[in-house]
Write a protein that binds this ligand. Sequence first.
Ligand SMILES: Cc1ncc(COP(=O)(O)O)c(C=O)c1O
Ligand SMILES: N[C@@H](CCCC[NH3+])C(=O)O
Length: 405
Amino acid sequence: MTIWPRTATWTSGELHLGGLSATELAQRHGTPAYLLDRADFEARCRAWLDALPDGDVHYGGKAFLCPEVVRWLADLGLSLDVCTGGELAVAMAGGMPPERVVFHGNNKSLDELRRAVEWGVGCIVVDSFTELERLTSLGARQRVMIRVTPGVDAATHKAIATGGEDSKFGFSLSNGDALRAVRAVRDTPGLELYGLHSHIGSQLFDTEGFALAARRMADFAGSVGVTRLDLGGGLGVAYRPGDPEPPTPSDVVAALRKEVGGLDLAVEPGRSIAGPTTVALYRVGTVKGTYVSVDGGMSDNPRPAMYGSPYTAALASRASDAPLERVDVVGKHCESGDHLVRDIPLPADLRPGDLLAVPVSGAYQRSMASNYNHVTRPPVIAVFEGTDRVIVRRETEEDLLRLYV
Ligand SMILES: Cc1ncc(COP(=O)(O)O)c(C=O)c1O
Ligand SMILES: N[C@@H](CCCC[NH3+])C(=O)O
């Protein structure tokens, strides 16, 4: 298993992606930058479509979304999961057919619901009785699913586990709320109960949690006469060489299928599609003892600071036969917790100007990036068969200053 995107190659110590060298990409687009391997992205989409030929694959847009990616998804035949009015706007801008959009979220506003209904989204996933009242007040004719909390404690960081009993998401199966929600939807004129939804968490490595949730959801669906289940996303990815290998999309679908039998099935993978497609490219600015400072940091990748997420990095612009030394790759922000990669071996002759590449940077990095310390967010460059294309441009200081009155 490799953690680098599928077109990555190394020549004389230099990383090439999509047929282009890291050095020329850095010269043309600057650093930090996210380099997205389009061939890898599309292959990962196809792996999910092939795993579930008789069901629906909704890409989890929160992992990474921009209009160009929406166009790829639409062309490949995927659907799209959005969870805010902003993500809905990107789906529209990218031309996703509205009937292939599923609208999630635990606190959708009346305005967001109205926009979704007016645009004609395929499905709204109702998350609370309050939301049901809001939808009712719109008098909408709308397909809905009900988000159910199946009481499965997923084996992952507690900030990204969503299916346990104590959750802000969905209707609890065990306290009867899920059943009450089914009845309430069926009693609401204009609403069509299309299916049931659950999502137990993210960065999951075993199929047991998926299977347990699927079993509980299938039992519940059977008891209320619902024939469609959307069982969310959550498949994990390896971030470092030597990390355990995650199950494949086929493994996950097989585990789900075994539990749900002939019910209609949908899934919502985000990280397992976007994560491994992208390399974050940084330039080394300062080397001080065991601290290697680069030109990005917790603003373009908040995951190490938020969840203690481990990453790796590699020298991407030249060969080095210097001995390896254990260092911390740190950002340029005013926080001592601004680590991108902790305690990794890198050549001892690292110097200002070198390029460092951090793989598996495609999910929840650009989408969670901030302007902390008034830095401008990096661009996303799609590389494909020897061509490079800016699909999200670099922010400028003018972009930032435009907000101030
Ligand atoms: C409802 C829902 N669907 C899909 C996803 C995508 O999850 P992942 O990126 O772990 O596949 C998420 C995020 O965890 C989610 O909340
Ligand atoms: N933001 C989280 C994943 C959240 C999943 C969204 N429900 C991460 O970076 O791992």
